[in-house]
Write a protein that binds this ligand. Structure first.
Ligand code: ADP
Ligand code: MG
Length: 348
């Protein structure tokens, strides 16, 4: 087969890991990113820096690649749509348009008869008044949120009054679920009816940021099957090509809810690098580049912790790893509070 040149939009840690997986398969990677310091430039074959509406830079990128994918969902739809006119973009831009908007995403999931939290659209201050039964809740920007950014917990109407919400943006109000657990299911879809599903991963968040993931998840076999079934249905319905993650809530009565869908590889799946024969990253590359589908085999149970902010310093100085531990430094130049700097996977 002739050499494949893969374009990846976004140059963070997910872009880096996609690049490493592609290299292993003999694929050349070109990263396009609006951040001059993007860590993926340390790993890719070529790095193109430009803003996501810079036509000239986009052209330069398009001319170099055969197929395009992306590491995060907040890329403007127009950019993906434009790129797709010249080279195939996977997953297709229309998928991204649904998922990057929290309301469209939840409407889509509910139409499949899959449970989500209860929610409503909030466009101005008065919209919340008749929605008291959605409180306590969380107000979220409909677009561009990640790691809890753009989210406001609201206990009661007074809380809402006292917050100075910027209504030039659109919001969704979600009823707070009394969480027992959070899990995620990662699935790579290759074609109609052809996919590889990883077993559910149990996740713990701190300050709305993922802190800890592990397999196996401590859940009933019913929830295990139901979460995999819903993730499969979602990916089939989207005619998705590549790796996708569905985040779930489990409430105190063992009800399962879809929290959100990530149309990309996912932080909770970092442990798949060491715990499976094929990682979520390699599977994504295999699907978007139309390479062979290899049956998944779990090699080990595992847990992963995210290394956030200055927790990276001791790891960088002297990681002191055991044989079953794998440390990943994202090589981000600046250490910032709440920024994911690396992770540590332990096979158990
Ligand atoms: P992000 O895009 O930042 O990942 P999420 O909607 O996944 O946004 O929210 C981040 C975390 O905040 C969730 O994983 C969960 O721990 C908590 N959270 C968000 N929405 C709710 C909710 N409706 N009920 C309970 N917890 C929530
Ligand atoms: Mg989330």
């Amino acid at each position: 087969m002739s050499e494949i040149n893969l374009g990846i939009i976004g140059g963070g840690q997910l872009g880096s890991m996609l690049t490493v997986a592609a290299k292993k398969l003999g694929i050349k990677t070109y990263i396009f990113c609006d951040d001059a310091d993007a860590p993926a430039q340390n790993f890719c074959n070529e790095f193109i820096h430009g803003s996501y509406d810079d036509k000239e830079k986009i052209n330069e990128f398009v001319n170099k690649v055969d197929v395009i994918t992306y590491e995060f969902e907040n890329i403007p739809y127009e950019t993906l749509h434009e790129l797709n006119r010249f080279k195939p973009v996977s997953p297709k831009p229309s998928v991204n348009r649904i998922i990057q908007h929290r309301l469209a995403e939840k409407d889509f999931v509910n139409k499949l008869n899959i449970r989500t939290t209860r929610y409503a659209s909030i466009e101005n201050k008065d919209d919340i008044m008749p929605l008291e039964d959605l409180l306590p809740g969380i107000l979220k920007t409909t677009t561009m949120g990640y790691d809890g950014k753009g989210q406001y917990p609201i206990k009661n109407l007074e809380d809402f009054e006292s917050l100075n919400i910027d209504f030039s943006k659109e919001y969704i109000l979600e009823k707070l679920v009394k969480l027992k657990k959070e899990i995620s299911v990662i699935i790579t879809r290759f074609d109609k009816g052809k996919y590889e599903v990883y077993e559910p991963i149990e996740n713990r968040h701190e300050d709305q940021i993922l802190k800890h993931s592990k397999i196996p998840a401590d859940i009933s076999s019913k929830l295990l099957e139901q979460s995999k079934e819903w993730a499969t249905l979602i990916s089939e319905e989207l005619k998705y090509i590549g790796t996708l993650c569905v985040e779930f809530f489990i409430d105190r009565n063992d009800n399962l809810y879809v929290n959100e869908i990530a149309p990309r590889v996912h932080n909770s799946g970092h442990l798949t690098i060491n715990a499976y024969n094929v990682s979520q990253f390699e599977n994504h590359i295999r699907a978007v580049c139309k390479l062979e589908q290899i049956p998944l085999k779990k090699l080990s149970n595992a847990e992963m912790i995210n290394i956030i902010g200055d927790q990276i310093i001791p790891f960088r100085e002297s990681p002191k790893l055991k044989d079953n531990q794998f440390f990943y430094d994202y090589l981000k130049k600046e250490i910032k509070q709440k920024r994911k700097m690396g992770h540590l996977t332990t096979l158990i």
